[in-house]
Design a binder for this molecule. Structure first.
Ligand code: FO1
Length: 314
């Protein structure tokens, strides 16, 4: 079975890692949100892409989920002492990634080419693709006005109330090489437990991607469990947008494209509402605390997807 995973953020990276443990390299392509990319300290920083890569390479910081394990902060402390921008922390090892990516970008290399080479250097066999080589910065409309994503997320600690999102220049962007091909060749597309508005919608906003997704083969794993987001501001965003945060609300968000929805056991009461949306629900334990949890959930998700596809073919 050929699988495409759409991912962004720490939860998305965990399931992507589980899928990579469960599938041979030739059967999995991970398409990653780049809407949270930005320039910091004059460097090109791609947090979601790095989170997915570091996680699959076994290099991720286990406490934060983002950045590198065994990190030191000497450059950051120096920048801070000199009065530089210290609201977004870049560790010394992580800094090397941004320095080299920036150098390669300035010499004209595409983000997809740079990512491919970094993955090879980190020993990642599975294919990790940025959604686009074109910048599509996510903008968050808040009570303070429009904020670039990292200003909202890190600098303002997700505190301002949100009312809208924009994926800047998405209309003139193109998918990165290999993205549409992977989706067309996929038997199943898995939307990882990532924030719908700021991790997955930016991917779906890239022209051609949503059209390439045929609704019979897409399933999502809810990032909302028991009305709360395991990490990040997804539940808070739902409330501020006037929607009760629930696994059902996530299913409804993707109503025009999803065939199946994976929800946590604590949300089993949402099953009938999800069925009423025309989707097949699957209930299991979705919280990934250990690497073994990631693989177990990935295997269950794949089995559910496989059964759903074969039901449709029969
Ligand atoms: N998140 C924070 O909350 N504070 C930080 O200082 C921070 C630094 C950082 C550096 C590199 C990186 O790859 C990620 C980093 N993140 C930080 C996480 C990042 O802002 C978010 O995880 C994503 O953009 C949202 O998915």
């Amino acid at each position: 079975m050929n699988i495409v995973a759409l991912a962004g953020g720490v939860g998305g990276a965990k399931l992507a890692d589980g899928l990579a443990q469960a599938l041979p390299a030739e059967n999995l392509t991970i398409i990653v949100n780049t809407g949270d990319d930005f320039e910091h300290w004059g460097l090109k920083v791609c947090p979601d892409l790095d989170t997915v890569c570091y996680t699959l390479a076994g290099l991720a910081n286990p406490e934060t989920g983002w950045g590198r394990a065994d990190e030191s902060w000497l450059a950051f402390e120096n920048v801070s002492q000199l009065g530089g921008a210290d609201w977004f922390r870049i560790g010394d090892r992580d800094l090397g990634t941004h320095l080299e990516r920036t150098r390669r970008s300035r010499q004209g290399d595409k983000l997809s080419e740079i990512t491919r080479d970094f993955c090879e250097a980190w020993g990642i066999a599975h294919s990790i693709l940025p959604m686009s080589d074109d910048p599509i910065p996510t903008m968050v409309h808040t009570e303070l006005g429009w904020l670039p994503f990292q200003e909202y997320f890190v600098r303002q600690r997700c505190q301002p109330r949100v009312s809208d999102f924009e994926y800047h220049n998405a209309d003139i962007a193109t998918p990165a090489p290999g993205v549409l091909e992977a989706i067309y060749e996929a038997d199943l597309v898995v939307i990882c437990p990532s924030n719908p508005w700021v991790s997955i919608d930016p991917i779906l906003a890239v022209p051609g991607i949503r059209d390439a997704l045929s609704s019979g083969k897409i399933i999502a794993v809810s990032p909302i469990v028991g009305g709360k987001a395991l990490k990040g501001p997804a539940a808070k965003m739902y409330v501020e947008l006037g929607i009760e945060p629930s696994a059902y609300a996530v299913a409804e968000h993707y109503v025009d494209c999803l065939a199946g929805m994976v929800i946590d056991s604590v949300d089993k009461d949402d099953v009938s509402r999800i069925q009423a949306l025309g989707m097949t629900p699957f209930v299991t334990d979705t919280i990934m605390t250990t690497p073994a949890d990631r693989q177990r959930l990935a295997e269950e998700v794949l089995q559910f997807g496989e059964e759903m596809i074969s039901d449709k073919i029969e």
